[in-house]
Design a protein around this ligand. Sequence first.
Ligand code: NAI
Ligand code: HPV
Length: 410
Amino acid sequence: MKTSYPKADIKVLLLEGVSQSAVEVFRRAGYSQIEFHEKSLPEAELKARIAEAHIVGIRSRSHLTADVLEQARRLIAVGCFCIGTNQVDLETARQQGVPVFNAPYSNTRSVAELVIAEAIMLLRGIPQKNALCHRGGWTKSAAGSFEVRDKVLGIVGYGHIGTQVGVLAESLGMRVIFHDIETKLSLGNARAAGSLDDLLERADVVTLHVPETPATKLMIGATELAKMRKGAALINASRGTVVDIDALAAALRTGHVAGAAVDVFPLEPKGNDDPFVSPLVGMDNVILTPHIGGSTLEAQDNIGIEVASKLVRYSDNGSTLSAVNFPEVTLPEHPNSRRLLHIHRNVPGVLSRINELFSAGNINIDAQFLQTDSQVGYVVIDVSADEAQAGALKDRLAAIPGTLRSRVLY
Ligand SMILES: NC(=O)C1=CN([C@@H]2O[C@H](COP(=O)(O)OP(=O)(O)OC[C@H]3O[C@@H](n4cnc5c(N)ncnc54)[C@H](O)[C@@H]3O)[C@@H](O)[C@H]2O)C=CC1
Ligand SMILES: O=C(O)C(=O)COP(=O)(O)O
C-alpha cells in the first residue's frame, strides 16, 4: 500500500537518457532525489531500481511488464518520454493504481520530416547510389530515379504522424491516400483508400504509422508485400512488430519492393554499445536507422518538459489529465486544504465507505472529485484538516477494502 511521503523523499528514476529538460522540471518543482541512467537497464537491475522508485521515466526500450511492475511497490506514476506506450503493461499498472503518462505529440513532426526525406531518397534510388559511391563505384544514370511530385503516398495509420506526413507530402505535390481503422477527417486533398489492399495496390510509397497492437502485429507480411506495386518503396517508422522483416528482406531481394527505410525492428539492441542484427543489414536498397524517428533535440527537449510536468502535476496536485490508462481528473490548486487521493477497485460500496468515514468523523469536505472507468475509481477529497488529522484520515481510507493506493498531499 502506498503511503505519503514528504516531497524530499520521493525518488524519481529516469532511464534511457531522457532529456535534461525533464530533470530541470523535477528540480524546479522541488524534487531532489533524481536517479538518472543513460541506458535502459537489464531486467534484474530494472526490478531492483524500480522497487525503490516512486516515479519512473522511460522511453521505448524499457519494458515494464507485469512481472517488473510487481516489484514496483512504491510506484505512484510512470512517464513514457515518447509517444508509444506499448512497452508498458498498462492494464497491470491501472490495476495497481498507477497512472501512465506519455507525450502524444512532441516528436510527431520529427518523425514526419524523416519520412518525407526518406520518400524522396527512396524514389531517387539514393541508398544504392550512396552505397556504391562509398565503395568507389559511379552510377550516373536516371534509370530507376523519380520525382516525388505526382506520385502516390499511401499512409497506413492516419493519426497524428500520418496526417503530418500527408500534409508535408502534399506540399511537395504528392497524391496522398490513407488507410485507418477509424473514420478520419482527410486533410488537404488526401483521400481514404477503399481498404489496406487498395492502398497497397495504388501507392508508390507506403508508409506505416500505426501503433503496436494485436491487430497491427505482422500486418505487412509476404501477402501484403506482394500486393504492393512492383518497384514501390516501404517506410516503417512505427513499430518493428508491424512488418514481417524476413518477408520484407525477400521482397527487397527480388526487387518487387524497390527500396525500404526502416527505423524500428522486431529486436532492437538495448543500448548503443550492443550489436544490431537484422536480415536487412548489408542491403544497399535499404535505409536503416536506429529507432531515431523521434530523436531530435527539439523533440526530446519538449518531451522532457511535457512528461515531467505531467508527472509533477500528478505528484503535487493529483491531476491525471491525459493519463493513458487511468480515469482523468483535472484539479484546481488546493491552497487552503489538505488533499487526499484514493484509488480503488471500481466495486460497489467503496464510495459510500469513503463518505461514511468523513461524516462519522464530522469532517467537512471542501471539494470532492470523482472519476471512474470500468476497473478503477479515483477520488480526490479536499478537507480542512491539519497534517496529523489528514494523515489519520489517509490511514483510515487505506483500510477500506478495495483500496489500491491512497496518498495525502500536504
Ligand atoms: N520511430 C519513432 O521514433 C517513433 C515511432 N512512433 C510510433 O508511431 C505510432 C503512431 O504514432 P501517432 O501517429 O502519434 O499515433 P496516433 O494514435 O495518433 O495514430 C495511429 C493511427 O493508427 C490507426 N490504427 C490503429 N490500428 C490500426 C490498424 N490495425 N489499421 C489501420 N490503422 C490503425 C489509429 O486509428 C490512428 O489513427 C506510435 O504508436 C509509435 O509506435 C511514434 C513516435 C516516434
Ligand atoms: O515515441 C515513440 O513512440 C518512439 O518510438 C520514440 O521512442 P524513443 O523515445 O526514441 O525510444
